[in-house]
Design a protein around this ligand. Sequence first.
Ligand code: PLP
Length: 400
Amino acid sequence: MPGFEFFGAEERKEVNDVLETGILMRYGFDGPRKGIWKAKELETAIQDRFGVKYAQLTSSGTTALTTALVALGIGAGDEVIMPTFTFVASFESVIAAGAIPVLVDIDESLTMNPKAVEAAITRKTKCVMPVHMCGSMADLDALKAICDNHKLILLEDACQAIGATYKGKALGSIGHAGTFSFDFVKIITCGEGGVVLTNDKDIYTKCDAYTDHGHDHLGVDRGADLHPYLGYNYRISELHAAVGLGQIRKLDTFLDIQRKNKKVLKDALAKVEGVTFRVLPDADGDSASFLSFFLPDAEAAQAAADAMKAAGLPAFYWFNNNWHYIRKWDHFKNSHSLSALAPEIRERISEYATKQFPASDAIMSRCISTPIGLLWTEEETAEKATKLVEAVKSAFAVKA
Ligand SMILES: *Cc1c(COP(=O)(O)O)cnc(C)c1O
């Protein structure tokens, strides 16, 4: 699952190139850097690998989302529709952009339910932000049709789905913009980092400026740059970009291994009666970083997750997880902000203190995900499959 499992000589070589010159910043110092431009090189590699015209690296996936939202013109008064099952960065970035997060139910794809999206659209809706959770895709045809119909922006959070595709196109490359995260536990990593993908030159130009204090990067040197917009410092460093260069070249190897190992686990588990799997809108495009499945009820899912952990298998029971599912986002629901939020945002968020999501609960309370390792041998994978089947079967036995 995470690229850090495969850290080695490739990353060291790239980082050492940067350490040789000591130019750790991605901009300027044209002479002393001796032609070493790791961030630029990684952006080009990302454009080539994922089939997009433009890529803007950032300091994290969270800042990539904030940058994309701002560059797409989303701000005060705008509503952004996002799913109840995601990572906290979804609402963090929307709030950072000054907009209002509107949460909607997921379906058995573990991503936003297009019908729930449609029902949540108001006059203030500006953007739909699907999150391609746990390595696989949302129903992008349905979401795109809704966005086209209502003239809404589609921003794909593909932070967890690097290398996955939908109908042959890279996740993150299909909406008006998309994002990846290269944090330490993602499919490929920079240590910390992120990227905005887009095919729109105007959006890209705004991302480029926004992530570097509004610099237009057109001056003869940094001091001569103009500042057409307000911005922030969301830059990636050359050291982080160098790690990413080592990683991106290995992405296809990672994906091959994940798909092979996941198939062994999934084929074994498919023989257990009562187990069903996450719906994949395009199964061929799965990055296979996780195997996600459902038990018939919450009690069986909890028992299966416990049995898996006891057998030494990682089991994410997201229903009780305080990072990924709305149920435990008390800091969000109660607006526990260090400084005062804009009154409108605070008021709208307060709806979530009492709002219930029974449709999402009914799915998440039955769901378990287990990560797929990159370093498992064939024997280890077979052994894990056997243990997984035993653990899940034991959950049914408890019930009987
Ligand atoms: C990791 C992640 C992010 C944020 O990425 P960071 O690089 O950790 O800031 C955003 N969205 C999702 C779905 C993620 O998994």
